[in-house]
Write a protein that binds this ligand. Structure first.
Ligand code: NAD
Length: 261
């Protein structure tokens, strides 16, 4: 049995992953802003440091895997774009960098990062914002999104998920990650019925947009099924999976870019 760190453990897909891992007999160290083994605010540098250190202390320096599910969806609000950039991007890469030695200390450790199918289905996400996030310059990223006004949180969301996917793919194949035996991959869900999506559906204009979005299979995804994919990507079956972004989105990504190869 292994020891796994799971961020976003208190709700939605993170909570569903925790249930499955615990049900399989593993030890889980949950991180969240509320109701978790490690309570920390991943939107601040101090909160990210606290989370990183507290998990390492509890894990005794060895982690068999990590799941980075903490995230904020697009929603109105003055500070929302910044929170999205900090939690969805820095809340992934800073924690994983801190945990990397503990992952390397395990045999065949596996990491699954939550990306999104917004990476390939959302038009007009400014590359400047993505580059700024990859440079860890959040103010610069926010500056390049200012022209979107009230829509800035949506574009911050798209940029955060593109940046985190690029980071995964760039790092996954390096000596520090693949070379240390760590399998680093991402999952890109479509619309999954969790509190995050329910919050978006509560706004009539957002609900209209979401319901009009092409999903060839129809409906919304189920958090428990997504958790099953994540647990599969943590299993021995994923020993040869490295730097992949696995889309589980009812066909939207294929619908938009079937010929994009
Ligand atoms: P959710 O809202 O149910 O869970 C997200 C968790 O992140 C919550 O427990 C929340 O407390 C935690 N969190 C938020 N801000 C935090 C902070 N500052 N510090 C610590 N924890 C914080 O959402 P979900 O739908 O289960 O989303 C999980 C992941 O999947 C997210 O990264 C999200 O972007 C991604 N995703 C979701 C969907 C969807 O349709 N639900 C689609 C694509 C990608």
């Amino acid at each position: 049995m292994g020891t796994y760190a799971v961020t976003g453990a208190a709700s939605g897909m993170g909570a569903a992953v925790v249930d499955r891992l615990v049900g399989d007999g593993h030890t889980v160290i949950g991180v969240d802003i509320k109701e978790a083994d490690v309570v920390a605010d991943l939107s601040t540098p101090e909160g990210r440091r606290t989370a990183a250190t507290a998990v390492l202390d509890r894990a005794g320096g060895v982690l068999d895997g990590a799941v980075l599910a903490a995230g904020l969806g697009p929603a109105p609000g003055r500070d929302r774009a910044r929170l999205i950039a900090e939690v969805n991007y820095l809340g992934v890469v800073e924690l994983l960098e801190a945990w990397r030695p503990a992952l390397a200390a395990a045999e065949r450790a596996k990491v699954v990062v939550f990306s999104s199918n917004s990476t390939t289905t959302m038009p007009m996400v400014p590359r400047r914002a993505v580059r700024a996030l990859l440079d860890r310059d959040v103010p610069k990223a926010l500056g390049s999104l200012r022209m979107f006004g009230k829509m800035a949180p949506s574009f911050a969301y798209g940029a955060s998920k593109i940046a985190v996917s690029q980071w995964v793919r760039r790092q996954a194949v390096t000596r520090e990650w693949a070379g240390a035996g760590i399998r680093l991959n991402a999952i890109a869900p479509g619309a999954i019925l969790t509190p995050l999506l329910e919050q978006q559906l509560a706004t009539p204009a957002e609900a209209k947009r979401i319901n009009a979005f092409p999903v060839p299979i129809g409906g919304f995804g189920d958090p428990g099924q997504l958790a099953a994919w994540v647990v599969f990507m943590l299993s021995d079956a994923a020993d040869f999976l490295c730097g992949s972004v696995v889309f589980v989105d009812g066909g939207s990504d294929a619908w938009f870019r079937a010929d994009d190869w």
